[in-house]
Design a protein around this ligand. Structure first.
Ligand code: ADP
Ligand code: MG
Length: 234
């Protein structure tokens, strides 16, 4: 469960101030599926970064699964992020000198998981994401869609409760984008909470809840109606 109360965030660039988050309130149940849409510069990435514990609000509170994240120090935040949050970026953010398998494996290595267990878990993810044949390829030997699938693999290897995707299909053609969307939705159907920032209204409409942001504020949030695209019973 995510609970955001009266969150504000201002960036200062020289003399100018940008109110990137303007009194944001949000409550998200475990397993929900939300899209975040809005013009460029409206605060979508700032919102996701805040939810992903990559950035801190100036004021307000953010509770994640019963933990008041505002009271945590940097180490505790890093730990919570590692255990609870998966993040997928538009430009993949893979490590170029590591293979697909090694990129997915990295969070397990950093968490001290034994090699045998790592091997089994990464193998299962490679299979699930259709990447078994690509396991030993470097990122620059993969298509955009494959790179994003590797990034998704890395984001879920620690079994997070929340998956945050910031324009995950923004660099992909329609077909690869659809594959990535299908994978994200499959993960959501498995119980993970999914938030997707997108410019693509066809993708945004698929979510169960639609959030619209303008100038740092959430201007509308509504729940999809049956027939809107996503199975109503899901
Ligand atoms: P979006 O993802 O909707 O395009 P962002 O959340 O990236 O918007 O940015 C919201 C506003 O905050 C923009 O005006 C952007 O320029 C500003 N901003 C975001 N991050 C920073 C930063 N690290 N330093 C200064 N300004 C920033
Ligand atoms: Mg953005």
């Amino acid at each position: 469960m995510i609970e955001v109360n009266d969150v504000n965030k201002t960036f200062y660039l020289g003399d100018s101030a940008v109110h990137a988050l303007d009194n944001v309130n949000l409550r998200i149940e475990q397993g929900d599926y939300l899209s975040v849409m809005g013009p460029s510069g409206s605060g979508k990435s700032t919102l996701l970064n805040m939810l992903g514990l990559l950035d801190r609000p100036d004021t307000g509170s953010y509770w994640l699964n019963g933990v008041n994240t505002m009271s945590l120090d940097e180490n505790e935040r890093a730990r919570l992020r590692r255990e609870q949050i998966g993040f997928v970026f538009q430009s993949y953010h893979l490590i170029p000198r590591l293979t697909a398998r090694e990129n997915i494996e990295l969070p397990l290595v950093l968490s001290g998981v034994a090699a045998r267990q790592r091997h089994a878990e990464v193998g299962a993810i490679l299979d699930k994401l259709g990447l078994a044949e690509r396991a030993h390829h470097l990122p620059n030997q993969l298509s955009g869609g494959e790179r994003q699938r590797v990034a998704i693999g890395r984001s879920i290897v620690m079994k997070p409760s929340v998956l945050l995707a910031d324009e995950p299909t923004g660099n992909l053609d329609t077909r690869a984008g659809r594959e990535v969307t299908d994978i994200l939705e499959e993960l959501n159907q498995g119980g993970i909470t999914l938030l997707v920032v997108t410019h693509d209204s066809a993708m945004g409409d698929r979510a169960k809840r639609h959030i619209r942001m303008v100038d740092g504020a959430i201007t509308s949030a509504h729940r999809a109606q049956p027939g809107d695209g996503y199975p109503a019973s899901a």
